[in-house]
Design a protein around this ligand. Sequence first.
Ligand SMILES: Cc1cc2nc3c(=O)[nH]c(=O)nc-3n(C[C@H](O)[C@H](O)[C@H](O)COP(=O)(O)OP(=O)(O)OC[C@H]3O[C@@H](n4cnc5c(N)ncnc54)[C@H](O)[C@@H]3O)c2cc1C
Ligand code: FES
Length: 253
Amino acid sequence: MNKIKIFRVLEKVQETEKIVTLRFDGKIDAKAGQFVMVWVPGVGEKPFSLSYIPDVGITVADVGKVSNALCSISAGDKAGIRGPYGNGFELRGNKILGIGGGYGIAPLAALIEQNRDKEFSTICGANTKKGILFAERIRKSSNVIVTTCDGSAGIRGMVTDAMEGLLKDNHFDQIVTCGPEAMMAEVLKIAKKFKIPTQVSLDRYMKCGIGVCGSCAVNGLRVCKDGPVFRDHELPPEFGKSKRDKSGRGIEV
Ligand SMILES: Cc1cc2nc3c(=O)[nH]c(=O)nc-3n(C[C@H](O)[C@H](O)[C@H](O)COP(=O)(O)OP(=O)(O)OC[C@H]3O[C@@H](n4cnc5c(N)ncnc54)[C@H](O)[C@@H]3O)c2cc1C
Ligand code: FES
């Protein structure tokens, strides 16, 4: 679907103080990990992972222009959506460990629901209890471990603290992760130590979303077309260190 289609917001769920889920009035044929370009008239267009499939849903953190406009719309309002784009997660094996930080858990929740035949364990991490998303939703189809930096829910610490312990006592065929890049870089280090193949969802500045403009290019890869999900051995050398902002300037992740 390369044309923008207008969708109406059926339901708006305030997940945390700064994160909302928008459920739209249409269906989409997509794989979890794929994204849609969401357009707010007069404001702009940005990529968002699908947090619900096939009934279209996205989960948005209010951090800037477009995300703030999306967090401010109400049930009944409209937004333009095109996609799905990108590749999505490819599961290998039966025992899968999902690791999500903040709103990064959104595509993993959709992945778990699309693959109920797999045996999932999922680590959901956030700074505080209020930042934990979708733990109850995921618990219907996965073992769930919650971590918070301040200890207000689950294990006190980072997702990686829970991950090490889990991997010492359990075998997993694959790890899938989405969240802040610094977190995913640490996840990858531990996954390598335990020799578990890992897929990572990358967030890079995007304009066209369809592989044409080059704004998401890294090391010869277009994140919108070749990703956003990459296998561990495909990740660019800048992973976990830097990325480019909308003016093309290098910034730390
Ligand atoms: C494949 C893909 C999937 C994505 N999925 C989601 C998703 O499911 N939910 C979601 O909320 N976002 C998601 N994003 C990020 C989203 O596309 C926007 O980049 C984000 O909403 C900021 O856009 P904006 O116009 O609101 O902010 P802008 O006005 O462009 O930026 C405002 C400021 O916020 C900073 N900023 C940008 N992103 C973040 C961030 N995540 N945290 C803190 N500061 C930030 C910018 O550097 C800038 O300084 C995804 C991005 C990609 C590439
Ligand atoms: S966003 Fe245009 S090539 Fe990826």
